[in-house]
Design a protein around this ligand. Structure first.
Ligand code: PLP
Length: 350
């Protein structure tokens, strides 16, 4: 199926004259164009913090493109991956008219962003094994369903979605298919990023918040075909990625050994926690995880959640999500934190 991306874009966005930032034409010389403070910042920094950052962040996009085996034109950088989730809705969905489709239980921001943008939300629940129902999804979508959000590994369930199901949907769905890979580096599954060369309607989301351990810098990535990326660049705020964030992200690439070491440590701890949880009589099910958290079903989950909090251990109650009755989600912590969590749980449920 060939898909015309341009025809999916909202008319006002197609006709948009984007803001031209001060640095689009010249970024060196005697810079008296942007009403910056030429006297400088009181904070000492080699980053020239009194100057606006690059509007396009080409150096960082090149570095990420190399890492993910795509081109700079395939990369958009956002303030976390929550920014691209919102931008995609603003580019493709007419408020009060179009819809998105989600597959609960899944990441909550798709729904929140749709509600903020006044976009209808269609849902097709995952199977009881937390896998997609491709035929039902295609059946539920109509010509106004502009974006399908898939999350693999999925939050809060932790499992990978089957690659064959995702590819079937990318090929059949007549809109944009977002595959949110926030947790991909904890999975054995390869990223779908290279598939953007083949499928113009595929957008892969990634983030520096999880495997890179940089939630504090707020840097997310959308990987897609150059036309979708170009629309995202036109619609974003002119200088969305600040210099401190870009500089830190570039430095992270010099520390990949340590990042990979930490990922492996998280995977070892994940196995340990899963095993320990499975020994508890109160724990009814430990769901296999390919992410940095584990979902488990436990008797009286809400009460257990509160009692853990009373002991200073904060996990996430997910029992209100479809298919997640009596479920808690625990992030893999440092070894001493994990021991504390398991010990407290044992005290509570025996
Ligand atoms: C599936 C998923 N996508 C995106 C995000 C948001 O990540 P970011 O910190 O990049 O905004 C999260 C955060 O928990 C997530 O679980």
């Amino acid at each position: 199926m060939s898909i015309n991306i341009e025809s999916l874009v909202r008319e006002n966005i197609r006709n948009l004259t984007p803001y031209r930032s001060a640095r689009d034409d010249f970024d060196s010389g005697t810079l008296l164009d942007a009403n910056e403070n030429s006297y400088g910042s009181p904070i000492r920094s080699s980053l020239n913090l009194h100057r606006y950052p690059s509007p396009t962040q080409d150096q960082l996009r090149d570095r990420i493109a190399e890492y993910r085996d795509v081109e700079r034109e395939n990369i958009f950088l956002g303030v976390g991956s929550d920014e691209p989730i919102d931008l995609l809705m603003r580019i493709f969905c007419n408020p009060a008219d179009d819809s998105i489709l989600i597959t609960p239980p899944t990441y909550g921001m798709y729904k929140v962003a749709a509600n903020i943008n006044n976009i209808e939300i269609k849902s097709v629940e995952l199977t009881d094994k937390f896998q997609l129902k491709p035929d039902e999804i295609i059946g539920e979508a109509d010509e106004k369903t502009k974006i399908l959000f898939l999350c693999s590994p999925n939050n809060p369930t932790g499992n990978d979605l089957k690659r064959t199901d995702i590819l079937k949907l990318v090929a059949k769905f007549k809109g944009i298919v977002v595959v949110d890979e926030a947790y991909i580096d904890f999975s054995k599954q390869e990223s779908m990023a290279p598939f953007v060369q083949q499928y113009p309607n595929l957008v892969v989301l990634q983030t520096f918040s999880k495997a890179f351990g940089l939630a504090g810098i707020r840097l997310g990535i959308a990987i897609s075909n150059p036309m979708v990326i170009d629309y995202m660049l036109r619609v974003k705020a002119p200088y969305n990625i600040n210099k401190l964030t870009a500089d830190t992200a570039l430095k992270a690439f010099d520390e990949m050994e340590l990042a990979k070491f930490n990922i492996n440590a998280i995977l070892d701890e994940r196995e340990y926690i899963a095993e320990q949880l499975s020994h508890s009589n109160a724990v009814k099910k430990v769901y296999p995880s390919n992410a940095n958290f584990i979902l488990f079903k436990i008797e009286n989950a809400k009460e257990v959640y509160r009692k853990l909090a009373d002991r200073g251990i904060i996990v996430r109650y997910r029992g209100n999500e479809p298919l997640c009755e009596d479920c808690l989600r625990v992030t893999i912590g440092m070894p001493d934190e994990n021991v504390k969590f398991l010990k407290a749980l044992k005290e509570i449920v025996g």
